[in-house]
Design a protein around this ligand. Structure first.
Ligand code: ADP
Ligand code: MG
Length: 365
C-alpha cells in the first residue's frame, strides 16, 4: 500500500485580512524549491519547525490543481482494480470540506465532483476501448461516523436507528452491514444524490446534535467493470474527517465531551496507526476505532492520499503544529513503500482479485 501526504494551506478569508500569518508553505527555501511547511516554535518564536511532505500547495492553489496533481493520476489504477482513498485531515476551518466538496461554481468544485467526472470519463473510455466487451457501472454509498457510530446518509434521519450500522470483516476488508448502495449513471444523478445525502447530514445534525465538523463523512464510489469473465469491483473513497483540534481546550458541556472524546479517540488511533506503519510494526491498532477500521490504513493494498489542510493564522498555532506532527509522520509510510515499489511494479491482471478489489463470478443466465 502506498500513502502520499500533501499539505494545503488555505488563503486568508476576507475577515482575516488583518491577521498574522505564521505558516510558510511557499515551497521554496534559499531560492530552491522544497516541499516543506515551516512554522515557528510556539515556545520560542526565534526557532522554526520544518515538516517535509510529498507535496505542498500554497495559498493561491486552485481546486483544479489539487485534483490534477493528486487524484487524476490514480484513476488508471482504480480501473485496474486498486482501491483509492483520499482523505482530508486538519483543524475545523482549515478547508477540508472546501477541498473535498468545494463550492458550486465550476472552478470551485472540489475533489469529489471532479473525481466523479473523471470516473465517468474513464468508464466511457474503457467501455469503448473494449469494443463493447466491458460494461462499466457506478454505485454510491455515503455515510458518516458520529460518536463512533455509523449512519447511512441516504437514509432519512427519522428512519435511522440511533445504534448505527454494524461493521464486519469480509475478504480482508471492513464492510458496513446494511449500508445502502445507489446506482449512479451520470454526473447529474450524482449531484442529485449527493445534495440529497448532504441535506440528510445537516438534518441529522439537528436530531443528533452533530455538526459536520464533528463527524467523519465517507463517500464510497464503487466502479464495477463487467465482461464475459466476471465483474471487477474497486472502490474510490473520499473522506472528510472531523476536525482534529484539541477539543479539551475549547469545549465544555457533557454532550460535547462525549463527542470530543470519540473524535479525539478516532483521530488519536489514526495517528497511532500512522506511527505503527511508519515504524514497520506488525501490529497496527486500526481495530480500535470504527474510522480506522474502515480506513484500514496499512491493511489494504490500495493507494491512499492524505491531504493535510492548514490555516495560516496564529490563532491555530498549537493545533496546526499537532496536525503537522501527525501527518508528517504519515509520510514515512510512503517512503518505505516507494523503496519497495509495491504498487506500480506489478499492474494487476484484469479480472484478478487484487488489493481490496473483489471478483464476483457472473451468475449464469
Ligand atoms: P473545514 O471543513 O476544514 O472546517 P471549510 O472547508 O469549511 O473548513 O473552510 C473554512 C472556510 O474557508 C470556508 O469559508 C471556505 O470556503 C474557506 N476556504 C477553505 N479553503 C479555501 C481555499 N483554498 N480557497 C478559498 N477559500 C477557502
Ligand atoms: Mg468541514
Amino acid at each position: 500500500m502506498s500513502v502520499r501526504v500533501v499539505a494545503r494551506l488555505r488563503p486568508l478569508l476576507d475577515k482575516e485580512l488583518d491577521k498574522d500569518i505564521i505558516v510558510d508553505a511557499t515551497g521554496e527555501k534559499d531560492g530552491k524549491p522544497s516541499s516543506m511547511v515551516r512554522i515557528p516554535n510556539p515556545k520560542n518564536e526565534a526557532e522554526e519547525f520544518s515538516f517535509a511532505f510529498n507535496g505542498v500547495y500554497d495559498m493561491p492553489t486552485p481546486q483544479e490543481e489539487i485534483f490534477t496533481n493528486e487524484v487524476a493520476p490514480h484513476l488508471k489504477s482504480l480501473f485496474q482494480g486498486l482501491d483509492v482513498t483520499i482523505f482530508a485531515y486538519g483543524v475545523t476551518g482549515t478547508g477540508k470540506t472546501h477541498t473535498m466538496r468545494g463550492g458550486m461554481k465550476l472552478s470551485e468544485r472540489g475533489v469529489i465532483p471532479r473525481l466523479l467526472s473523471g470516473i465517468y470519463r474513464r468508464g466511457r473510455k474503457v467501455a469503448k476501448d473494449s469494443g463493447g466487451e466491458t460494461s462499466v457501472s457506478i454505485t454510491l454509498s455515503y455515510y458518516e461516523i458520529y460518536n463512533d457510530k455509523v449512519y447511512d446518509l441516504f437514509e432519512a434521519p427519522e428512519k435511522r436507528s440511533l445504534a448505527g450500522l454494524p461493521l464486519r470483516e469480509k475478504d480482508g476488508k471492513t464492510i458496513v452491514v446494511g449500508l445502502s448502495e445507489h446506482a449512479c449513471d451520470d454526473l447529474k444523478d450524482f449531484e442529485k444524490l449527493y445534495i440529497e445525502a448532504n441535506n440528510n447530514r445537516s438534518t441529522a445534525g439537528t436530531k443528533l446534535n452533530a455538526q459536520s465538523s464533528r463527524s467523519h463523512a465517507i463517500l464510497m464510489v464503487k466502479v464495477h467493470q463487467t465482461d464475459s469473465e466476471g465483474t471487477l469491483t474497486s472502490t474510490a473513497s473520499a473522506i472528510d474527517l472531523a476536525g482534529s483540534e484539541d477539543n479539551r481546550r475549547t469545549e465544555n458541556g457533557k454532550e460535547r465531551m462525549v463527542e470530543s472524546a470519540s473524535i479525539n479517540k478516532s483521530l488519536f488511533v489514526l495517528s497511532q496507526c500512522i506511527d505503527a506503519i511508519g515504524r514497520g510494526d506488525k501490529r497496527i491498532p486500526y481495530r480500535e476505532s470504527k474510522m480506522t477500521r474502515i480506513l484500514s490504513l496499512g491493511q489494504n493494498n490500495g493507494i491512499t492520499i492524505m491531504i493535510l489542510n492548514l490555516a495560516p493564522l496564529r490563532s491555530y498555532h498549537l493545533d496546526t503544529l499537532s496536525s503537522l506532527n501527525v501527518s508528517s509522520r504519515a509520510k514515512r509510510i510512503e517512503v518505505r513503500e516507494i523503496e519497495n515499489e509495491v504498487v506500480f511494479t506489478q499492474p494487476p491482471r484484469k479480472g484478478a482479485p487484487v488489493g481490496g478489489a473483489t471478483l464476483q463470478q457472473r451468475q449464469p443466465l
